[in-house]
Design a protein around this ligand. Structure first.
Ligand code: BTN
Length: 123
């Protein structure tokens, strides 16, 4: 199932069409790690909400942190400062319909980690 969702997400996000949706408020997105992005406000291409990590491979699990980002019909980008864990992660990707394929860069204690997250809209 995870592999199927990954393929769909990749097709949506990297289809090369140059078309992307803006995120809407309110909306709730969940990624393949179980983490949740809740969008509570979108105004003039900027959005706010919360991001909760549910990946048990990380320390800060189950704590909602503020998220800020931009979304205006092109790439969507957002940042979360996981204060308790001294980690800042930035996501960048494209929303299309109920899917959003992203790449992220995580910075912790002078180290950098990168990866992919695919989000699916639940609400
Ligand atoms: C930490 O424990 O250092 C903070 C949580 C980091 C969770 C990362 S952010 C990128 C990736 N996507 C997720 O949903 N969780 C991990």
């Amino acid at each position: 199932m995870k592999r199927f969702l990954l393929v769909v997400g990749l097709l949506l996000g990297f289809s090369g069409t140059g078309i992307a949706d803006s995120l809407q408020a309110p909306s709730l997105w969940k990624n393949q790690r179980g983490s949740e992005l809740r969008v509570t406000s979108v105004r003039n291409g900027r959005f706010t909400g919360t991001f909760t990590n549910f990946d048990p491979n990380y320390k800060c699990v189950g704590i909602p942190y503020p998220v800020t980002g931009i979304t205006s019909g092109g790439p969507t980008m957002f940042t979360v400062n996981f204060v308790k864990c001294n980690t800042v992660t930035k996501w960048s990707g494209n929303a299309l319909g109920l899917g959003m394929s992203t790449q992220w860069v995580l910075r912790y204690a002078g180290q950098t980690q990168t990866g992919f997250d695919i989000f699916f809209r639940l609400q």
